[in-house]
Design a binder for this molecule. Structure first.
Ligand SMILES: C[S@@+](CC[C@H](N)C(=O)[O-])C[C@H]1O[C@@H](n2cnc3c(N)ncnc32)[C@H](O)[C@@H]1O
Length: 359
């Protein structure tokens, strides 16, 4: 990372001490000014009914927190996930846009083949965190079917986590989406009803007996903790390590107590696959760290899946200059790698799921 010249910090300090404070963390003047504007707007909004000094004091404290590396999303309290503004708070992982792209792509695939969907589509999101995946799935699904006179399949979505802090935040996010919907559509709309019925529940994905209660689902989605302990120390930023929850990123030590295995980031996938079969899921979408992990996970999906694909960060994108569909080998079958960017998720379907996707 290029160093910042002390002269630049000194000169900036002369005109704006707050920008100078943000400079080491934002890395350039443009981003520092931009972040300062966001922080100032937020402080003024919070203190809108109080004297101006309060907003100034609050802004100073925000800048101090940010200069110590705290993610902007925890200070501002929200992050965008697709078009949705999702509440964030310390103790719960901040949603990432790459996750949103895979969810939207899946909804698009299902919606373009909408006529063959079951009368009620049941979706399970394991390791739900802020609830961003269920909320986005629901939002995109009803957006795609807008104007279809309610003649498309209903959606039942359940989010699961083992963190009570995350579950409370997911409930709050649902309430806020419901409140936003009340302004824009009638409270009897199918979208409203489906959002109202969305549930968030406690279960530990690594404990079989708890997940036995889940029932049956058509689609299983999960963005589980998947970073190996080695990669956590090697590849994550100090800000992530200091402020985001370790248990949301790195699986616990496995039964043998080994945390030094290069593949210890894979611990959840084996359990997720078991649960997918147990709840009778016909489609699964599992987020992964990179192409290497995607290959390992897709090889492990050697159960009754009719098709397995690896999706990159932008699964729908096509680059004219590149061969965007490559193949890797799974025994004798080959696995298509779709889209542009880093390997982001493993997608598999079987039985009725193939028909819903128009495969
Ligand atoms: C990578 S975060 C994903 C959060 C959210 N789905 C997203 O995409 O932003 C993983 C989540 O898994 C949860 N988690 C960790 N271990 C779990 C377990 N054994 N059972 C259920 N959830 C778990 C964490 O609390 C965290 O919210």
């Amino acid at each position: 990372m290029p160093r910042i010249h002390p002269g630049l910090i000194r000169r900036t300090h002369a005109t704006s001490p707050l920008v100078a404070r943000l400079l080491p963390i934002c890395r350039d003047l443009r981003s520092s000014y931009r972040e300062l504007t966001w922080l100032r707007d937020h402080a003024q909004h919070i203190c809108r009914n109080a004297p101006l000094q309060n907003a100034n004091r609050l802004l100073q404290s925000y800048v101090l927190r940010r200069s110590r590396g705290e993610p902007l999303q925890y200070i501002l309290g929200t992050e965008y996930f697709g078009p949705l503004e999702i509440q964030c708070r310390p103790g719960v992982l901040i949603p990432r846009q790459e996750t949103a792209a895979s969810v939207t792509h899946l909804v698009n695939l299902l919606s373009s083949a909408g006529k063959t969907l079951p009368p009620r589509l049941r979706v399970l999101d394991l390791c739900t965190g802020t609830g961003c995946i269920p909320l986005l799935f629901q939002h995109e699904y009803y957006f795609r079917h807008k104007g279809q006179n309610d003649s498309f399949p209903r959606l039942d979505v359940v989010g699961v986590d083992n963190s009570s802090v995350a579950l409370r935040l997911a409930e709050k996010n649902k309430r806020l989406q419901l409140a936003a919907l009340r302004w824009s559509s009638s409270s009897t709309s199918t979208k409203h009803q489906s959002l109202k019925a969305m549930t968030f529940m406690y279960a530990d994905v690594l404990r079989g007996e708890e997940t036995l209660q889940l029932g049956t689902f058509d689609i299983l989605i999960s963005n589980p903790p998947y970073i190996s302990s080695t990669d956590y120390w090697r590849n994550t930023s100090p800000s992530v390590r200091k402020f985001e929850p370790h248990e949301a990123l790195v699986p616990p030590a496995n039964a043998n107590g080994s945390l030094n295995d290069a593949h210890d980031g894979d611990l959840f996938y084996h359990h997720l696959h078991d649960i997918a079969l147990r709840v009778n899921a016909q489609i699964v979408l599992l987020e992964v760290a990179d192409l290497e992990q995607a290959h390992r996970v897709s090889r492990a999906l050697n159960g009754p899946w009719d098709g397995v694909e690896i999706w990159r960060d932008e699964p729908a994108a096509r680059d004219e200059n590149e061969n965007t569909v490559c193949s890797s080998h799974l025994g004798s079958a080959s696995i298509p790698i779709l889209g542009l960017g880093n390997g982001r998720s493993v997608f598999a379907y079987r039985g009725r799921g193939a028909a819903w996707l128009g495969k």
